[in-house]
Design a protein around this ligand. Structure first.
Ligand code: ARG
Ligand code: GLU
Length: 721
């Protein structure tokens, strides 16, 4: 009876685990689509060939896909270099052009011609020219018996040589990344544009409607898009900003399909997913869901509450902290969803069963046993040590470095060290000038009193949760002098420090050659140094060493999985390289008795309107269009104006802004979020719960044309009605 129970539990869990590896799961490498996915995709509705999606012989969809500023995705939608991404992806740029007098966050921005477009220092748009499997070349000279240090050294040498060789004499870049935990390597040849201008952004009441309350949730009603344009030099090649630059002529731009989607339509998402960890062991999942995620949530909860209160009481602080707040709030919420999702999936149990299967397969074969038989004993041992250090590291990153002035003081370390070691001010004037420029940037978005409150709170959390022996010496002083009254400590420190005042900093920098001792004794510099040196001595080296050892175990485990468990189609974890995922338009059952439909409408947005909450304000202009039902050609057949839809594509952070394409490769929407019940898909995917959230391209066009009166932009696009 007992045995039968165990077997059937094993079967059900394991079976569902395998099922979950089929439908819609996977972030696939474009150059392997032909081999791995084409027939499955066609079965599911794709009308294109793999070559239409990725090819090195002809122009293809790939040529319209851009990595936007290193973190998001964007797509080319006109032959004049116009690119579409999310509002939240362009948020920092929109914020940077904003002031209390000219608040583009609140009001939106629309260039009415190319001259009015706004340049953005440092923003990049990267295309992939081609990709290549370079595993054999990278692993040349590497053997199984080599030490890890030598292995890494050899691999890095090979990478450096190959990356350089690949692009000599061109204006291209190249990077090589490990896949499957270093069992494979791929090289990417890139072309990166550096003059990327802001063309249009809706007001936050549209682009960020529902803000953090709706973030990571379905149903959602954000018009989460912004428009930029890539500029090139006269040869259509990348160049730094210049008024002489001209709109980039792309190899390919996406056709925009205005027909809308229906349930079960085939969709695919082409973009740059950042990071997933689908092949972790049960030990790692345990650490993440039971220790690391909860700790980070707790710390951010405290920070966000302080920021939120201050932002609500001052417009200046609201603008200063909007981008910082949004970025902290985003993962704060995601981790909570992830914990819930992993629990609901019984992720640890599923992983354990999978591991038992792996171990028993390994044990039944002499060769496999020699390679993998002891693997899990090692994992267990390492994770015991690792989780302790991981906690120290999380707390250092989230709470100590969460104090803005501390992070800022850290940027002075090199200059202070140089002066301490006898360098003259004129020897390092360049670095000092850089600090002056950085001071402007830092203080533009800095509010002392917010940071001071954060400092008191964060230090208190740190001192309560971290064992005494691992605390920096500064905590002993705080106990002695301030009786652990962290508020008193922060008040004292912030009233004296130069690091909280732009004037004091600029003054000190002007003759830092004489002032450096004073800076060294500055209470915030001291706080930073005390915490940092403890971290650098007692946490980081040990953490890094274990990290390397675990990386080695993961490499071996990954190899073993692919050898021993062959019922499964493996895809590499996301690593900010170009991937394609595909799925279907569909709603889902988030919990017992509840079903969510696959699309949302402007009527639904109006239902959420709440003039008392700054997250749910509807602008008079949008309301007017709604009341008149003035939706132009952007309404659905039944007269509704759809805003968003959801589908079962496997996406993650970095996929924001990615084009969502129909079976013919036409643009039907822009990816911008994932559902709450599916946020655990970075660690374990569940086809019943995971949905990507997509802005319907018709709402984008509606906002550009009807709301903003920037319909001239549509003339650049190729529209299918
Ligand atoms: N959750 C989405 C993504 O991960 C949107 C983030 C926008 N930020 C925010 N705090 N609302 O990027
Ligand atoms: N909003 C995410 C991003 O910025 C995409 C949502 C997800 O993580 O799936 O990339």
């Amino acid at each position: 009876m007992m045995i039968k129970k165990i077997i059937s539990a094993y079967f059900i869990l394991n079976f569902s685990f395998f099922i979950s590896l089929k439908a819609d799961e996977g972030m696939w490498l474009p150059l392997l689509l032909k081999q791995l996915n084409e027939s499955d995709m066609k079965k599911n509705g794709l009308k294109l060939s793999a070559e239409d999606i990725y090819s090195i012989n002809k122009t293809c969809l790939k040529d319209a896909i851009v990595q936007f500023n290193g973190g998001c995705t964007a797509e080319v939608i006109s032959d004049k270099g116009l690119i579409l991404t999310n509002h939240h992806c362009g948020y920092s740029q929109i914020q940077a052009h904003s002031s209390v007098e000219n608040d583009l966050l609140t009001n939106g921005f629309w260039a009415m011609n190319q001259k009015e477009e706004l340049s953005n220092e440092g923003v990049t748009a990267m295309f992939i020219i081609r990709m290549e499997d370079v595993t054999l070349k990278i692993l040349t000279g590497v053997s199984d018996t080599m030490s890890d240090v030598n292995r890494d050294k050899k691999i890095n040498e090979n990478i450096t040589v190959l990356q350089k060789e690949a692009v000599v004499g061109t204006h291209y870049g190249a990077f090589i990344r490990p896949f499957f935990y270093g069992n494979e390597y791929y090289m990417f040849i890139t072309e990166t544009f550096k003059d990327v201008r802001l063309v249009g952004a809706p007001p936050s009441s549209i682009g960020k409607f529902g803000s953090d309350t709706d973030n990571w949730m379905w149903p959602q009603h954000k018009g989460d898009f912004s428009l930029f344009r890539i500029y090139a030099d006269k040869n259509n090649e990348p160049a730094n900003y210049s008024p002489d630059n001209v709109p980039y002529k792309p190899k390919y731009h996406l056709t925009v399909n205005m027909k809308g989607v229906k349930k079960d339509d085939f969709t695919m998402v082409y973009g740059f997913p950042g990071r997933t960890s689908e092949y972790l062991t049960s030990y790692a999942v345990d650490m993440i869901m039971n220790e690391s995620d909860p700790a980070k949530v707790k710390i951010r909860d405290a920070r966000l509450a302080i920021m939120d209160a201050d932002m609500k009481s001052s417009d200046l602080v609201r603008i200063q902290y909007s981008a910082k707040y949004a970025s902290l709030a985003n993962y704060y919420k995601k981790w909570q969803g992830e914990i819930n999702g992993l629990k609901k999936l019984k992720a640890i149990d599923k992983k354990r069963l999978f591991e038992q299967d792996f171990i028993s397969k390994a044990k039944s074969d002499t060769l496999a046993n020699a390679q993998y038989g002891k693997l899990f004993n090692e994992f267990e041992k390492k994770y015991k040590q690792y989780s302790v250090l991981n906690k120290q590291r999380d707390y250092f990153m989230e709470s100590i470095l969460g104090i803005e002035a501390v992070g800022y003081a850290f940027s002075f370390t090199d200059v202070i060290d140089a002066l301490t070691n006898g360098k003259k001010q004129e020897d390092i004037q360049k670095d000092i000038d850089k600090l002056k420029v950085a001071a402007k940037v830092f203080f533009k978005n800095y509010n002392v009193s917010t940071d001071q409150k954060e400092c008191a709170t964060l230090l208190k959390i740190y001192s309560t949760d971290i064992v005494k022996s691992m605390q920096a010496s500064v905590f002993i002083d705080i106990e002695k002098v301030f009786k652990n009254d962290f508020k008193k400590y922060a008040d004292s420190v912030y009233s004296k420090s130069i690091f909280v005042s732009e004037n004091r900093i600029i003054e000190s920098l002007d003759n830092i050659g004489e002032n450096y001792l004073k800076i060294k004794n500055d209470p915030i510099f001291q706080l930073m140094q005390s915490c940092y040196s403890k971290f650098a001595k007692d946490v980081r080296p040990q953490y890094n060493a274990l990290d390397d050892e675990i990386a080695r175990l993961n490499r071996i485990y990954m190899k073993g999985m692919r050898e021993l468990i062959t019922t499964k189609k493996y895809y590499p974890d996301a690593n900010s390289t170009l991937r394609l995922t595909y799925g279907k338009v569909n709603g889902y059952h988030p919990r017992d008795g509840v079903f969510y439909d696959y699309y949302t409408t402007l009527d639904g947005l109006m239902e959420k309107e709440n003039p008392l909450s700054d997250e749910f304000i509807v602008s008079p202009k949008l309301k007017e269009l709604y009341l008149k039902k003035d939706y132009g050609p952007y309404a659905d057949k039944n007269g509704e104006l759809r805003i968003a839809f959801c589908a079962s594509n496997h996406t993650t952070g970095g996929n924001s802004g990615s084009p969502v394409l129909n079976a013919k490769g036409e643009l039907i929407g822009t990816n911008f979020d994932r559902d709450w019940e599916g946020t655990m898909s970075d660690i374990m995917y569940d086809p019943n719960q995971v949905r990507n959230i997509v802005l319907d391209v018709r709402y984008t066009l509606f906002v550009i044309d009807k709301y903003a009166g920037a319909g001239y932009l549509l003339n650049e696009m190729t529209l299918v009605k």
